[in-house]
Design a binder for this molecule. Structure first.
Ligand SMILES: Cc1cc2nc3c(=O)[nH]c(=O)nc-3n(C[C@H](O)[C@H](O)[C@H](O)COP(=O)(O)O)c2cc1C
Length: 199
């Protein structure tokens, strides 16, 4: 049985284009795997804290030095990493805010990229420890970044591919609802994005 981890990060609730694209991808996955179980993680309704000193101390403390305080500080990260380990497929909603990913999604990333848990320098070179996962990115943007003049400032997709690759996830497929603020394109952007989904 497949487990799908469904992650959303839009602050626009039911109006969100990335949420709608995530729903469509999950729906298509469920057609293929009707008995799949789904873990839902809304990064806006339950935010991950910005990294503070206590989190970093907990991440880098040797296991024998763990105190109740370090265990509590690491609990967000432990839970997020456990969900990734549990999943076979991860669907991530990515609204583009201010030319990049939303801070809610970045905060989650800061808790999942963790030495000895999701990556290691043990062999001298960096090695991702998360193996065998498939990721779908559901990207929504006001402009068009997949081609044309804005492609040069497409920061979110290369960043996400880099950071996911760093923890070992190389199998990344991207679907987009793009141009939702561009006259002449916005009228059909959602429909076109949803229709592009093939899993
Ligand atoms: C705070 C904010 C910042 C935005 N910044 C950008 C931007 O830099 N580039 C862009 O193409 N669209 C931008 N947009 C438009 C969104 O990418 C677009 O509304 C998209 O649908 C957001 O995804 P969502 O509907 O899932 O929230 C911005 C929208 C908001 C609300």
């Amino acid at each position: 049985m497949k487990t799908i981890l469904k992650i959303t990060s839009s602050a626009r609730g039911p109006l969100s284009n990335s949420n709608k694209l995530v729903e469509k991808i999950v729906e298509e996955l469920q057609h293929q795997h009707p008995d799949a179980s789904i873990i839902e993680r809304n990064l806006v309704s339950k935010t991950y804290p910005h990294l503070e000193e206590a989190h970093l101390a907990a991440f880098f403390a040797p296991a024998e030095d763990n105190s109740e305080a370090t265990l509590v500080a690491a609990s967000h990260s432990d839970q997020a990493i456990a969900e990734i380990n549990q999943a076979d497929v991860i669907v991530i909603g990515v609204p583009i805010y201010n030319f990049n990913i939303p801070s809610a999604l970045k905060a989650w990333i800061d808790h999942i990229v963790r030495a000895q848990k999701t990556f290691s320098y043990g062999s001298g070179a960096p090695e991702g420890l998360i193996k065998g996962k498939k990721v779908y990115l559901a990207v929504a943007s006001g402009g068009i970044y997949s081609e044309g003049p804005l492609a040069a400032i497409s920061y979110a997709e290369p960043y996400l591919k880099t950071i996911l690759g760093f923890i070992g996830i190389d199998d990344v497929t991207i679907f987009r609802v793009e141009g939702v603020n561009v006259p002449g394109i916005k009228e059909s952007a959602l429909e076109k994005g949803l229709a592009s989904v093939v899993v």
